[in-house]
Design a protein around this ligand. Structure first.
Ligand code: NAP
Length: 294
């Protein structure tokens, strides 16, 4: 798979392998920039493209990628759940999260993985890599929240509070994990939320509140209720430091921004596709430059 190419200038040839990201609509995905930089730095003869695929074309897209000998793909909104029915195998991480964000094509079969959960955990400070005996509060109950809960449960977290605007979505999430952890569901105004905040080691925003262009929005958290030692994480990466993280920093909390998870999920995907260690530094630089340009 190695080939001679100067970094940043991929030489497309008859041996070039294709990968890409599937989503709908596919706005400003950063994955092509990050993964093409990685393939160039890693000497992989691969090209990674963006493929806007409408939901009704998803099955045809998976069959097409298989027929064309794709090496892999990423999957994003709104396909992370629906794509599962078109795959040959689902890896344990994706089964647990109930969603797929990475496809690996090998020997005529396509396997769905979820690198969001592992990526989220890898981005946390070392003190939280094991969550045994610790509790967490997760704001939001969408696809990203599922990956966060999956990562935390695998790391030993047995006590979680999930804040859901739409109760049914929260109930679905809790039902997927209630064999493995004690999940308390609440709404944004429930008094139980403040009790959970007082007791937690980690607070995660997995809603889009604060994401560009609506940068003045923030999850309505009672900061005075939060345990002073809690680490605060925002999955939003644009802007890198959201209003939510600014607020946490001002109160002395250690903070984790969403670009760390974005990088780590990409590193895990690269490793699944190539079997090689990912060129972390080059990927980080490419991501940083792309985020600055947004
Ligand atoms: P999603 O599936 O649409 O879920 C969003 C969740 O946030 C839902 O529970 C939704 O509630 C809730 N929510 C949305 N607006 C809200 C509001 N105004 N007030 C209260 N709750 C609200 O989206 P997702 O895929 O989970 O993504 C969530 C965020 O994480 C996005 O900003 C995304 O960019 C980010 N993300 C980052 C990474 C990374 O690598 N850093 C990876 C994945 C996602 P309802 O169910 O009621 O709509």
């Amino acid at each position: 798979m190695k080939h001679a190419q100067s970094e940043g200038k991929p030489q497309i040839s008859s041996r070039t392998r294709t990968l890409g990201i599937l989503g709908w609509p596919l706005g400003h995905s950063l994955s092509p920039i990050m993964q093409n930089a990685a393939f160039a730095a890693g000497g992989q003869n691969c090209v990674y493209l963006a493929f806007p695929v409408a939901p009704e074309q998803l099955s045809a897209a998976v069959m097409g990628m298989k027929a064309l000998g794709f090496m892999g793909a990423n999957v994003t909104i709104p396909h992370k759940i629906a794509i599962q029915e078109y795959l040959d195998d689902i890896a344990e991480d994706a089964r647990l999260a109930g969603a797929v964000n990475t496809l690996v094509f090998r020997e005529g079969r396509v396997t769905g993985h979820n690198t969001d959960a592992g990526g989220f955990m890898a981005a946390l400070p070392a003190s939280l890599r094991t969550m045994q005996g610790k509790s967490a509060v997760v704001l939001g109950a969408g696809g990203a929240a599922r990956a966060v809960v999956a990562g935390l449960v695998v790391a030993g977290c047995r006590k979680l509070t999930v804040v859901a605007r739409t109760p049914e979505r929260g109930q679905e999430l809790a039902a997927s994990f209630n064999q493995m952890a004690n999940i308390t569901l609440c709404g944004w105004q429930d008094s139980v939320l403040n009790r959970s905040l007082a007791d937690c080691s980690l607070l995660v925003n997995s809603t889009p509140l604060g994401m560009s262009p609506e940068v003045t929005k923030e999850p309505p958290v009672d900061w005075a209720a939060l345990a002073p030692a809690a680490v605060v994480c925002d999955l939003v990466y644009n802007p890198r430091v959201t209003r939510f993280l600014e607020r946490a920093q001002a109160r002395g909390h250690q903070v984790v921004s969403g670009d760390g998870m974005l990088l780590e999920q990409g590193i895990l995907a690269y490793q699944l596709w190539t079997g090689q260690e990912a060129p972390r530094q080059r990927m980080q630089e490419a991501l940083k430059a792309a985020l600055t340009g947004l």
